[in-house]
Ligand binder design. Structure first.
Ligand SMILES: C[S@@+](CC[C@H](N)C(=O)[O-])C[C@H]1O[C@@H](n2cnc3c(N)ncnc32)[C@H](O)[C@@H]1O
Length: 347
């Protein structure tokens, strides 16, 4: 990985330059071995000279029984790449198994192909590779996550990718979660990535996939019973608020708003996802007029953000934290909530 910083200095969005550690790839991929036999794997945001995805799949090519490995990398044509590279264009690397008397493959002994375009995952060349692929596996540019996922769904590809966990609330991503077209992977949230400068950055990142995994069939053990003190109704949607995923009441039949971390334990046989409070998906039952926000330091300002989330009405102002006033009524707003129903209510 020595030339990583040179290779990446010129690339466009700095926030997209986070490199996945091999250990994180190994820890997640071990849960998917059966999916890879005889499959064409495509890593479409990966410079094979620096990507641990290329490293993982080329070293494990025989172990996984892969048919073909394709990686393409992105070179931003607008930047002055000549000053750092000996190549103008992006490259692709295609590996079809041992070619060097059983020796572990290197980029040099496999050989790279120069692309005509810039290797953008949306470019015609990349789309041709995508069509050929069975499974796409990578950590794509965070800034283009919406478009990236939409393309995978459009081309009906299997995938295992990394994204910022908060992207589950995006209006383009949440419907896919609700329709069971994408779900979370196995490894816990939060990952450490290497930056081009060699720093390690922790990001609230998560694996996302549409490949079946054992974890998705495990049921959450629920132990709490419903009561209206612990689980108040939202003022602006027909659901109760649940502050912690492990405190979902086992006996509640209606809609419950749970933290987005619920998605890490979601089993579609146990729960149904019906909506979300932040981007709403038509679930809000009322619109508030302008509100006065009272911050924890007592500062007051006029805002409209109360409509952006699930709201709880209070009898008196909270002891700490921000609250909102609409006429004489007092409200607090909860973080984004996934709206769910329990399919296996136990009374
Ligand atoms: C989060 S980094 C991850 C890199 C690599 N996949 C890894 O996991 O180590 C995302 C990569 O996507 C590349 N990229 C940015 N825009 C792209 C595009 N439009 N098409 C393909 N790749 C792109 C960036 O240069 C960056 O290297």
């Amino acid at each position: 990985m020595t030339n990583r910083s040179n290779l990446t200095q010129a690339k466009s969005n700095k926030n997209d330059e986070f490199y996945t550690q091999l250990i994180d790839i190994e820890n997640e991929l071990k849960h998917y071995k059966d999916h890879f036999k005889d499959k064409v794997v495509y890593c479409n945001a990966d410079d094979p000279r620096v990507s641990n995805f290329f490293h993982y799949f080329s070293y494990n090519f025989e172990y996984l029984g892969l048919k073909k490995l394709i990686t393409t990398c992105y070179q931003n044509q607008e930047m002055d790449l000549f000053s750092m590279h000996d190549r103008e264009n992006a490259i692709a690397l295609i590996y079809e198994g041992e070619k060097d008397n059983g020796r572990v493959p290197t980029v040099e002994n496999i050989g790279v192909i120069e692309l005509k375009g810039d290797g953008d995952f949306r470019s015609p060349e990349a789309i041709e590779f995508l069509k050929e692929a069975d499974i796409v596996v990578t950590n794509p540019p965070f800034s283009l996550f919406r478009e990236y996922v939409a393309q995978l769904v459009e081309y009906k590809k299997d995938f295992l990718i990394i994204g910022n966990f908060n992207s589950v609330t995006y209006k383009e991503v949440f419907p896919l979660i609700k329709e069971d077209k994408i779900w979370t992977g196995v490894s816990p949230r939060s990952m450490k990535f290497e930056t081009p400068e060699g720093e390690i950055k922790t990001v609230n990142a998560k694996w996302f996939t549409n490949l079946d995994i054992k974890k998705r069939h495990e049921e959450m053990i629920l132990y709490k019973k419903y009561n209206d003190d612990d689980y108040p109704e939202f003022d602006n949607c027909n659901a109760i608020n649940v502050d912690k995923t492990n405190e979902i009441p086992m006996d509640y039949e209606g809609v419950m708003g749970v933290p987005i971390t619920f998605l890490e334990s979601y089993n579609p046989k146990q729960f149904e996802i019906v909506g979300i409070t932040k981007t709403w998906d038509d679930f809000a039952s009322k619109i508030y007029p302008r509100q006065i926000q009272v911050s924890s330091n007592g500062r007051k300002s006029e805002v409209t953000k109360l409509n952006d989330g699930g709201v709880i009405r209070l009898e008196k102002p909270p002891e700490k934290g921000t609250y909102y006033l609409v006429d004489d009524e007092i409200f607090i707003q909860k973080y984004a909530r996934i709206l769910i129903k329990n399919k296996k209510v136990v009374k």
